[in-house]
Design a protein around this ligand. Structure first.
Ligand SMILES: Cc1ncc(COP(=O)(O)O)c(C=O)c1O
Length: 403
C-alpha cells in the first residue's frame, strides 16, 4: 500500500540572509522597532517601505499578526460598538474574532459553490442592513467577482476591508488583491505566503486612516520612525484622538520577512505548479468535485479545496481517517465540531442570532481542504492524488479499505 511520508505543515527554512540578519539584530540587542541608533532606518521601517512598494499601496503598517491588522483596519474604518459588519461566512476564526474585538457584530453572507461570496446575498444584505463596512475574506485564496463587489460597495457607500491572509501575491484582472479595498490586511503567520511565525501588514492609500492606524498600532509619538506613512500634518490632526492598541512588529520578524519578499514572486509560481498539478489530477477522480478557477483570477495555490460528492456525509470521517493513515492529511469544513484550525461559521456561538445559511452549509458539507507546503514536489502531488484516487475508488465500489 502506498504511503505518503511528508508533513503537510513543514515549511521551508528562512533564507540564510534572513537568519544572518536576525542573528545580527539579536547581537545588537535592539529588537524593538523604535530602538534605533541616530540616523539608522529600522528593519521594520525598511520592510514597510519594501512591502508597500511590492504591493502597490502608498502606506503600510507592520503589525503583530494578521488578525490584529484586520481589527486595526476595522477600527480606522470607523466600526464602533454595536455596528454591523458584513462578512462572507466562509472564513477562519480570527476574522469574526477581529470584528468582535472592536465591538462589531458580523452579518454573515452566503458563499457560492466556487467558494466566493454570493453576490446577490451581499447585495440583499448591503441594502437591508445599512452596514457601512464589508470585511471580505479571500478565504483559501478564492477571489470573488471584484467588479461586482466594488459596484455594490459604491452603490451603498460601503467601505471595503480586504482580508488577504490567503491572497498575498494574488490578483483579479491584474490588480493585486488588497488594492481594491480602502484597507487591506495580510498575515505573515507561519502557514502564509511569507513566514515570520506571527505577523501581518495593514495597507491603505488613505492618509488619514494610515496616520490613525500607525498611532493605534502602538507608535507612541515615534511615528516618524515608520517607513511608508503620510505627511506629518496628517498625524497632527489625529494624534490626540488615536488610542494606542499595542500590536507592533519587531526587528527579528522584519529581518525574516525582508529576506523572503524578493522570493515571493518565484514562490507563487512554485505553489501554482503544485496546485495546478493536483487540480488536474483531482478533477479526474470519480466522486470528487473541484471547481475550476475563474480566468480573471491569478491565485496562489498554497492550499486546495474540493468536495467529496461521491461519498455519504456520514462516511467522510472514515475516508479522512483512512487517508490520514496513509499520510494524506485533509481537513473537513463540513464537520459540526470545530477542530484544530478548521471551524465553520455556526460554531462561533459568541455571536448573537447566528443565521442558518443553507447554501453555505450545503457547499461546505462535503468540502475538504489540504495544505500545499513548498516542501512538496511534483512526485508528492502525484502520490497524494493516487492515494486519494484509490481511497475514493474503495468508497464508490463499497469495498471499504481497512487502515
Ligand atoms: C482567512 C484568515 N484571515 C486572517 C487570519 C489571521 O491571521 P493571523 O494568524 O496572522 O492572526 C487567518 C489566520 O489563519 C486566516 O486564515
Amino acid at each position: 500500500m502506498k504511503i505518503f511520508a511528508k508533513s503537510f505543515t513543514q515549511q521551508e527554512s528562512i533564507p540564510e540572509e534572513g537568519i544572518a540578519r536576525a542573528v545580527e539584530i539579536m547581537r545588537s540587542g535592539r529588537l524593538h522597532r523604535y530602538n534605533v541608533e541616530v540616523g539608522e532606518e529600522s528593519e521594520v521601517s525598511q520592510l514597510e517601505s519594501e512591502y508597500a512598494k511590492w504591493q502597490g499601496s502608498k502606506y503600510c503598517i507592520a503589525c503583530a499578526s494578521g488578525g490584529y491588522a484586520i481589527s486595526l483596519a476595522l477600527r480606522v474604518a470607523g466600526v464602533k460598538h454595536g455596528d454591523t459588519v458584513l462578512a462572507n461566512a466562509y472564513t477562519l476564526a480570527p476574522v469574526p474574532g477581529a470584528i468582535h474585538s472592536v465591538g462589531g457584530v458580523p452579518l454573515f453572507i452566503e458563499i457560492d459553490e466556487n467558494y466566493h461570496m454570493d453576490i446577490s446575498d451581499f447585495e440583499a444584505k448591503a441594502s437591508s442592513s445599512g452596514s457601512k463596512v464589508l470585511l471580505l475574506s479571500h478565504m483559501r485564496g478564492h477571489i470573488s467577482d471584484m467588479e461586482a463587489v466594488m459596484a455594490i460597495c459604491k452603490q451603498y457607500d460601503i467601505i471595503l476591508v480586504e482580508d488577504c491572509a490567503h491572497t498575498m501575491g494574488a490578483s483579479w484582472r491584474g490588480v493585486r488583491s488588497g488594492n481594491f479595498g480602502t484597507l487591506a490586511a495580510f498575515s505573515t503567520q507561519t502557514y502564509k505566503h511569507m513566514n515570520s511565525g506571527e505577523g501581518g501588514f495593514l495597507t491603505t492609500n488613505d492618509p488619514d486612516m494610515a496616520a490613525r492606524a500607525v498611532i493605534s498600532s502602538g507608535s507612541y509619538m515615534l511615528y516618524s520612525r515608520h517607513g511608508a506613512i503620510p505627511d506629518q500634518n496628517h498625524f497632527e490632526a489625529v494624534k490626540y484622538y488615536s488610542p494606542n492598541y499595542s500590536g507592533r512588529m519587531d526587528h527579528l520578524r522584519a529581518a525574516m520577512l525582508r529576506a523572503q519578499l524578493p522570493h515571493l514572486e518565484d514562490n507563487v509560481a512554485r505553489w501554482n505548479a503544485l496546485y495546478d498539478d493536483l487540480h488536474r489530477r483531482i478533477k479526474t477522480i470519480p466522486g470528487l468535485t473541484i471547481p475550476d478557477r475563474k480566468q480573471e483570477e491569478s491565485y496562489v495555490g498554497s492550499s486546495i479545496q474540493f468536495r467529496m460528492d461521491g461519498v455519504n456525509r456520514s462516511d467522510i470521517p472514515g475516508v479522512l481517517n483512512r487517508l490520514a493513515n496513509r499520510g494524506v492529511e485533509l481537513k473537513w469544513f463540513g464537520d459540526d465540531e470545530p477542530k484544530a484550525f478548521t471551524s465553520r461559521y455556526d460554531s462561533w456561538r459568541y455571536i448573537d442570532n447566528l443565521p442558518v445559511l443553507s447554501k453555505t452549509l450545503s457547499v461546505l458539507e462535503k468540502t475538504v481542504d489540504m495544505r500545499i507546503p513548498l516542501t512538496f514536489n511534483l512526485d508528492d502531488t502525484a502520490l497524494i492524488a493516487s492515494i486519494l484516487s484509490e481511497e475514493m475508488a474503495m468508497m464508490t465500489t463499497g469495498n471499504k479499505a481497512t487502515a
